[in-house]
Each structure stands twice: as structure tokens, then as C-alpha cells.
Design a protein around this ligand. Structure first.
Ligand SMILES: N[C@@H](CCC(=O)N[C@@H](CS)C(=O)NCC(=O)O)C(=O)O
Length: 213
């Protein structure tokens, strides 16, 4: 059964692939799965039909038969468990790859999102600049730990996995200049983005931005 995912009808990132449907598209491309996309406006995301799929009124969602999922971590785990290509078969390696999925979403993404929110909504406040610097220091701590873990390796734990897919997706949101302070992580992101599956997913979301389909 071909799944349907939701994506922004008009992504605020201007087609840079930062909206979270990109992660799901990428996972589907890595595993060779066809998919359909339903585009939703900001207004439609907060209406009952979409809220029935996503209680927080966000994208992406994932529908497959009578299964409806939200949260990119859960969606990608679902895809990775059902199709080859994103998780090792060996049980301990598989558990470690899933650990990296959680680390990307629970440990590395929060300070990056915190900085984004601060930059967007608190910059004009009296505490704005100080808070921004604080969030940036927190990010640097995490990136320095992550880059120590990656060392000279291509991926976090052996072959490319769903853990790398999510970690690269999270680091992409940060981008330069902070990411460039950690050359091995900047190279790691570039390595992820050069994967053919990433490229196909990126082109598909860009087409939506350019042509609305
Ligand atoms: N934790 C969620 C976050 C989902 C999320 O923040 N989606 C954004 C797009 S990238 C969204 O729908 N924003 C619009 C809104 O929250 O109203 C996930 O990983 O799926």
C-alpha cells in the first residue's frame, strides 16, 4: 500500500528542505518506497480533518491503510522497521542506530530549536541577545561532543542508518556559521546531503515550492 504524507503547501523555508516532511521523504527514498503527498495550508493544518491525524496541527503525517502516524521519529522508525536500508539487522547494532535517532531528536535538536525560537521571537526583548548567546553556547557543547563521537568516521555507528538520517536533518537546520566551527560535522552533513536518496527527496520538496505540486 502506497503511503501518503503531508507537507506544507508553501513551505516558509523557501524550498531549502528544512521542513520536516523532508526527513520522511528522505527515509522513503532510502528504502525505495513510493509515496504520495497531500499538501496542506497553515489554515487547514489547524482544522478538524488534519487534527484527526495530527493532534498538534503540524506536518508531516503518514497514512498507510488504516494506520495514521505523526512525529517524524515515529514515522521514520516505522519505515525503517518495515523496509531494508535504514537499520542494521544485527540486534545490538539496530538498537544503537535507534539510540542515535533518539539522540538526534531529544538531545541535539532541542538546543538548535531553542536558538531558532529565540532568534525569531525574542530578539527584540531586553534579554534577546543574551539568550541567543546562551543557546549558541549550549549548541556548541553538544556539537563538540557529537564531533568527538564521530571522529574520522563517515557515520555515527558503522553503515549509514536512520540515526544518521535524523542527525543530518537536525544539523541542517542549524547550518553555518556555527556548524562550520565543526568541520567534521559540516562534512558529515554534506555527506548525507550528497546521497542520491537525499537528492531525490530534496528535488521533490523543491518542486512543491516552485510549482505547488
Ligand atoms: N516533533 C514534530 C515537530 C513537527 C513540526 O514542528 N512541524 C512543523 C513543520 S517542520 C509545523 O508543522 N509547523 C507549523 C505549526 O506548528 O503550526 C516532528 O518531528 O514531527
Amino acid at each position: 500500500m502506497i503511503p501518503t504524507i503531508t507537507a506544507f503547501a508553501r513551505s516558509p523555508d523557501g524550498g531549502r528542505g528544512l521542513a520536516r516532511d523532508m526527513r520522511v521523504r528522505w527515509a522513503l527514498e532510502e528504502t525505495g518506497q513510493p509515496y504520495e503527498v497531500r499538501l496542506v495550508s497553515f489554515k487547514a493544518m489547524k482544522e478538524p480533518d488534519h487534527l484527526a491525524l495530527h493532534p498538534f496541527g503540524q506536518i508531516p503525517t503518514y497514512e498507510e491503510g488504516d494506520l495514521a502516524l505523526f512525529e517524524t521519529g515515529a514515522i521514520i522508525l516505522h519505515i525503517a522497521e518495515r523496509h531494508d536500508g535504514l537499520l542494521p539487522k544485527e540486534p545490538n547494532g539496530r538498537a544503537r542506530a535507534i539510540t542515535w535517532m533518539f539522540a538526534a531528536l531529544n538531545t541535539v535538536e532541542p538546543p538548535i530549536l531553542d536558538r531558532e525560537t529565540t532568534a525569531l521571537s525574542e530578539r527584540g526583548e531586553t534579554w534577546g541577545e543574551a539568550r541567543l548567546r546562551l543557546t549558541e553556547e549550549r549548541i556548541r557543547v553538544r556539537l563538540s561532543q557529537l564531533s568527538a563521537q564521530l571522529g574520522d568516521d563517515d557515520w555515527l555507528d558503522g553503515a549509514f542508518s536512520a540515526g544518521d538520517l535524523l542527525m543530518v536533518s537536525v544539523l541542517m537546520r542549524l547550518g553555518p556559521p556555527i556548524l562550520d566551527e565543526f568541520p567534521s560535522l559540516a562534512a558529515y552533513v554534506a555527506r548525507g546531503q550528497s546521497r542520491p536518496a537525499y537528492q531525490r527527496a530534496f528535488e521533490a520538496q523543491l518542486k512543491v515550492f516552485r510549482e505547488g505540486i
